[in-house]
Design a protein around this ligand. Structure first.
Ligand code: GLA
Length: 384
């Protein structure tokens, strides 16, 4: 079977006469720090070796022509007539809209894209589609945008076209990822540092529930609104705070009576997760992976019981993981409501263990889950 990049290039040659440049835009994982990027918290994502390939070339017309090799769908649109449509089209159109809103001119171009990133699995295929296109346009039409600006523009595109009020984590990881490293990102001011994660003893294994989540659904935006409300109430009660980073779980507990039940739970989760992520980063720096993994289990508990973004399939996989001493950490990853769990598993044992878990999962839900072994990659780059 041809690789994704070969498929993209062959399809491009069959459809267009122009000569493309080729880009790889990675998906991302997140070790810890879930649902806190839009709450000024800390996150710990990394770009991965699965992603979207983009072949893009300028043409001499006024038209942008796209073809998705994964969906076998195309889109041709005048660059002067960018407007909202539906599905994947909104991801590329949202980028074109942001470029034009920033005052840059887009010429006509031909574009074929596709990859090996499962859609709706919590690995951020949307940020890969958005950032990959923007990096290509930035090169083709020489806008001179830096990587962090590209990440911010892609986030804005996601807010305005698909309409998901996402945080910055996915786009930041997509643009700033570094091979064999995770990023500790402070989402309040975008300060970050790279932490090495050599995968010599443990592998990062994702298990895809194959339960499709749709972040575009209302639940994600609803959580975001609940957190905004929580912060507004807590800020009145603890006036000296300026962000969630200044609040502790104790502050939330102390003011429980003033918070509606769901807001109390969300607030307790957010303050706990910010504390956990900082603790986890210390463990990583001290090579204490077992303690790190314990915090991942705690995050799952919080996401499931307090933040309520899990589902029976994800909870089942994490419960299974707890049975194996070789799995030192497991939790749902990404937006939730489906998608993948992320697991730290002893390299020598992950093959056999995941086979057992897949069997149990099939027996419980009659779904064939999938397993992916992750390597940490660089952010979006041009393939030479
Ligand atoms: C999605 C969003 C991110 C982040 C995660 C949850 O991936 O795009 O901004 O909020 O969910 O951590």
């Amino acid at each position: 079977m041809p690789s994704s990049s070969e498929r993209v290039l062959t399809t491009f040659a069959a459809k267009f006469t122009t000569t493309p440049r080729l880009y790889f835009a990675p998906g991302r994982i997140n070790l810890i720090g879930e649902h806190v990027d839009y709450n000024d918290g800390f996150v710990m994502p990394a770009a991965i070796n699965k992603g979207i390939w983009y072949a893009v070339a300028p043409n001499t017309t006024n038209t942008a022509s796209f073809y998705s090799t994964d969906l076998h769908e195309s889109l041709s649109i005048e660059v002067t007539n960018v407007h909202k449509m539906d599905g994947w089209k909104n991801y590329v159109l949202g980028i074109m809209d942001q470029v034009q809103k920033a005052g840059y001119v887009i010429g006509g171009f031909d574009c074929v894209f596709g990859g090996n990133l499962p859609v709706g699995a919590g690995m951020s295929s949307s940020a890969a589609v958005e950032c990959g296109l923007l990096v290509a346009l930035n090169d083709l039409f020489q806008y001179g945008l830096d990587r962090v600006t590209i990440a911010k523009m892609a986030q804005k595109a996601e807010h305005t076209y698909p309409g998901v009020q996402c945080g910055i984590m996915d786009m930041f990881a997509n643009m700033m990822g570094k091979m064999d490293h995770v990023i500790l990102l402070n989402c309040m001011n975008l300060d970050f540092k790279y932490l090495p994660l050599p995968l010599t003893e443990y592998s990062i294994i994702l298990i895809n529930t194959k339960v499709h989540h749709s972040l575009a659904g209302s639940a994600y935006n609803e959580r975001r609104n609940e957190c905004a409300e929580g912060f507004k109430i807590l800020k009145l009660l603890v006036p000296e705070v300026t962000s969630w980073q200044d609040l502790s779980r104790a502050d939330v507990e102390k003011n429980k009576a003033q918070l509606p039940e769901n807001i109390y739970k969300r607030s307790l989760y957010v303050t706990g997760e910010i504390e956990r992520t900082l603790k986890a980063s210390k463990h990583l720096e001290n090579h204490e992976l077992k303690q790190f993994g314990k915090l991942m289990f705690e995050t799952h508990e919080g996401l499931s019981k307090l933040y309520e973004v899990s589902c029976p399939e994800l909870d089942f996989l994490v419960e299974q993981a707890k049975k194996f001493p070789a799995i030192i950490g497991s939790r749902l990853m990404g937006g939730g409501f489906g998608g993948c769990t992320i697991n730290l598993i002893k390299i020598s044992e992950w093959g056999a263990i995941t086979q057992t878990i897949l069997k149990e999962y099939k027996a419980a839900f009659n779904i064939d889950a999938e397993v992916y072994d992750m390597a940490l990659s660089d952010g979006t780059y041009e393939a030479v």
